[in-house]
Ligand binder design. Structure first.
Ligand code: GUN
Length: 330
């Protein structure tokens, strides 16, 4: 009798869904203790978002960030500026906020109107209040592996991987997309010789010759291109873990709004081959807001410590007992 033959590659995997809302709840829960301790010292973290113009996507993002602050009882305000705002006027407002001790975090929502340089706006925010982690000083700190803040969306991707039991260490991670907001900082985070990192990272982009040749090698694939449902099932290997960062609106006559939101991944087909996959919406999005809150708390803690150190220095200086005086007296 011939032995029972088992086909070598039956691909009947249906990947687990990585639930971003659950992970975000977990992170917010962990944040409450830190927040209570800060409040006991008289500090309530406050966020100011600046929205220039009337981009509907940006309006929605900023509203969600405000709502996230409210849910944790954190202070927030949104400054809405008209779309013809000059760069000079925007920078003047940012500089005022830099000097305001009640504002611990500032974010200038992107995209910005063409008359405003993104670079100028990003550099204007004080690095200690840059909860987006877009300022070149903070980007540099991420790259050398000593982040002051990690950018919220890439940090959210790392949290999703680790907390869903898919840590990136030793894995081939392919990131599709090289934006300053997601692709580049995520590559920097994942390649570090550090806990929750240590991956071998490839970044593919619009000039990559054979996209599928790279995506098929991925143990973990992160899609952040902004190209609706571009990653198909034939572009991934069995057992891949997929994180879809994108939120693309596509026309859908069955919806009251006339559109629906999809990611860069053909979710249903890719899920059949995946070990785990994030949905859109409900995957990365909730993490971005939870991590922004975590960075706001961190910013407030650092600013409170700095203020205390300055006060102590002042007191020591007044009593003539600072280190420099002692040293010079010896
Ligand atoms: N536009 C899209 N994502 C972001 C973000 O995380 N921060 C800011 N400031 N603008 C964005």
């Amino acid at each position: 009798m011939s032995p029972l033959r088992v086909p070598a590659a039956v691909s009947s995997m249906t990947g687990d869904i990585i639930d971003g809302r659950r992970v975000a709840d977990e992170i917010r829960g962990e944040l409450r203790g830190r927040l209570d301790r800060l409040r006991a010292r008289g500090v309530n973290p406050g966020l100011t978002a600046i929205l220039v113009g009337d981009n509907p996507g940006s309006q929605l993002y900023v509203k969600m960030k405000g709502k996230a602050c409210e849910e944790m009882g954190m202070a927030h305000q949104t400054l809405e500026m008209p779309k013809d705002t000059s760069q000079e006027e925007l920078l003047r407002v940012v500089h005022e906020l830099n000097a305001d001790p009640k504002v611990h975090g500032i974010l200038v929502q992107q995209p910005l109107p063409l008359q405003i340089s993104v670079d100028a706006a990003v550099r204007a925010v004080h690095p200690m209040k840059d909860v987006d982690c877009f300022h070149p000083e903070n980007v540099g700190l991420v790259l050398i592996g000593s982040p002051r803040f990690a950018p919220a969306t890439p940090a959210g991707v790392v949290e999703l991987l680790v907390r869903s039991g898919n840590p990136p260490a030793g894995k081939d991670v392919v990131i599709a997309g090289r934006s300053n907001i997601v692709g580049k900082p995520l590559a920097a985070l994942l390649m570090q010789k550090a806990k929750n990192a240590n991956a071998t990272v490839t970044v593919v982009h619009s000039a990559t010759r054979d996209l599928a040749a790279h995506t098929r090698r991925a143990d973990i694939l992160v899609a952040a291109m902004g190209a609706p449902r571009t990653i198909r099932a034939d572009m991934v290997k069995d057992g891949v873990v997929v994180i879809d960062v994108a939120t693309n609106r596509i026309p859908d006559a069955s919806k009251k709004s006339g559109y629906r939101t999809v990611g860069d991944v053909d979710f249903e087909a890719v899920r059949e081959k995946a070990r785990a996959i994030t949905p859109v919406p409900g995957g990365v999005g909730p993490l971005t807001n939870a991590l922004l809150l975590a960075h706001l708390v961190r910013a407030a803690q650092k600013q409170a410590m700095q203020k205390q150190a300055t006060r102590l220095e002042g007191a020591e200086g007044a009593s003539g007992a600072d280190g420099a005086t002692e040293g010079s007296a010896r």
